[in-house]
Structures are given as structure tokens and as C-alpha cells.
Design a protein around this ligand. Structure first.
Ligand SMILES: Nc1ncnc2c1ncn2[C@@H]1O[C@H](COP(=O)(O)OP(=O)(O)OP(=O)(O)O)[C@@H](O)[C@H]1O
Length: 237
């Protein structure tokens, strides 16, 4: 279970998040949508312990990230695939992650297979990877410990159509096997195909949340998004 409870965040007078509350129960996939600057990354960074809320709490399995006993087994995060060290090979990135979690090395091979990186690709440095390959590696890194919650910021960036379909099936399968998945994306059509629940934010506030049916009432997700965000410009109040 992922839970945001009345989370607000102010950066030097800029209100990036304003009283945001929603939950992602186990076994479900929530699409987190909003225009540029709406506050999505800020919310996910708070959840992953990379920023502190000004007020409210964001928890995974009932605890803030910093208080998780075994974070790598409890929540997997991919917030910025560009942050992987360019000088390490894909295999090294995963091996370091596995060592940190006390996992056997065999898990590295399993994860490489899961994310579709070949042995040859795993031996290349990340600096030579395409954005799509970095996303696959980043998702693999997040999945090393078979976490019970997964938080992904724009994971489809850079993936080709096959890659997007692969990711959709992977995330749906993880949710169906009990994982709580929270996914931010600008690809409304993709989210529409994979999510069971949607949270839309604009200018730091939750504009709407619910199932696709509840939100759309016969309209496409894109139309609902455009209608709801029409009067929210890029910057928060
Ligand atoms: N470290 C920071 N310092 C100051 N302001 C920040 C910081 N991080 C984010 N902001 C501001 O908070 C607001 C929300 O930004 P955030 O990156 O969370 O939005 P987003 O929905 O992820 O946008 P995008 O879709 O463009 O990635 C923006 O106005 C942004 O400028």
C-alpha cells in the first residue's frame, strides 16, 4: 500500500503540492497524471525519501521511506533513468544493487532477462545505452528485491512501441501479482490501457481521482485530462 496523506510541499514560496491525498492499494496500478509542473515528480520524490514534505505524510506499507526496515524489498523506485552512472556496465549496476540487498548474483541474470537486456548489452557501459535501454535497466534495478510497491516516474520515456507494450505487460503482471504500482506518465493512451485507477493533479492539487469509468463517464482519458487541466497553467499558485 502506498499512501499520501494531506501532503503539501513549498519550495521558497512556491507551493508545489497542496494537500494531496490518495492511496494505491496492493494489486492495483495507479496512473499519476498532470501537466508539466503540476507536482508529480515532487510527490514521487517525497515518497522515495528524496524530499521532505512541508506537511502531511507519504508512506509505503505504513511507513515513510526513511523508516522502512528493508527498503529495497519494500519499494522499488525509478525516478530518473539518466541518473545511472555512465561509466558502469548494466551488469555492474545490477550487481551492486544485488550486493546491497544481500541477493545472490543469480538474481542479476534473472532481472536482465526480465527487462530484455541481452548479455552483450549488459556488458556495455550505461553511457553507451539508448534512453530506452536505460529505462529497462532502471526498471530492473527497481525490481531486484521483488518489492511490494513500485514507483515509476515516466518509465515509458524513450521506449519504442515494442518496449512500451513490454512495459505495459510487465507492470500489469506485477500489479496482478499483488504489487502496488504508482506510475507517472504523459502518455495518456498508455495509461488508459494499463491503469485501474487514475489520480490527476494540476498546480499541486488533486483535480480528480477514481477508476477510468468514474473519471471518464464515456469520455476518453485525454478529453477528461484536457477538460480538467484547462485552467491550470504550468506553474503552481
Ligand atoms: N527543487 C526545487 N526547487 C524549487 N522549485 C521546485 C523544485 N522542484 C520542483 N519545483 C517546482 O515545483 C513545481 C512542481 O514541479 P514538479 O517537477 O514536481 O512537476 P511535474 O508534474 O513532475 O512536472 P513535469 O511533468 O514537467 O516533470 C514546479 O513549479 C517546479 O518548478
Amino acid at each position: 500500500m502506498i499512501e499520501f496523506h494531506r501532503v503539501s510541499k513549498t519550495y521558497r514560496g512556491v507551493r508545489a503540492l497542496d494537500d494531496v491525498s490518495f492511496t494505491v492499494p496492493p494489486g492495483t496500478l495507479t496512473g499519476f497524471l498532470g501537466p508539466n509542473g503540476a507536482g508529480k515528480s515532487t510527490a514521487l520524490r517525497i515518497l522515495a525519501g528524496l524530499a521532505r514534505p512541508t506537511s502531511g505524510s507519504a508512506t509505503v506499507l505504513g511507513r515513510p521511506y526513511a523508516k522502512l526496515a528493508r527498503p529495497g524489498y519494500e519499494v522499488g523506485t525509478l525516478l530518473d533513468a539518466g541518473a545511472l552512472h555512465p561509466g558502469r556496465t548494466g551488469r555492474e549496476v545490477l550487481t551492486l544493487g544485488a550486493l546491497l540487498l544481500g541477493l545472490p548474483r543469480v538474481r542479476v541474470g534473472e532481472v536482465l532477462e526480465l527487462v530484455g537486456l541481452s548479455g552483450k548489452e549488459a556488458g556495455q557501459t550505461v553511457g553507451r545505452y539508448s534512453l530506452g535501454m536505460r529505462q529497462r535497466l532502471g526498471i530492473g534495478h527497481a525490481l531486484l528485491g521483488r518489492p511490494r510497491a513500485l514507483v515509476l516516474d515516466e518509465p515509458a520515456n524513450g521506449l519504442d512501441p515494442q518496449g512500451i507494450r513490454w512495459m505495459r505487460e510487465l507492470l500489469r503482471g506485477l500489479a496482478d501479482s499483488g504489487c502496488a504500482v504508482l506510475l507517472s506518465s504523459h502518455l495518456l493512451h498508455e495509461v488508459e490501457q494499463v491503469a485501474d485507477h487514475i489520480v490527476m493533479i494540476g498546480r499541486g492539487r488533486v483535480l480528480a481521482q477514481g477508476s477510468l469509468d468514474e473519471l471518464g463517464r464515456g469520455r476518453s482519458l485525454e478529453q477528461t485530462f484536457l477538460d480538467l487541466t484547462a485552467d491550470t497553467d504550468r506553474s503552481p499558485a
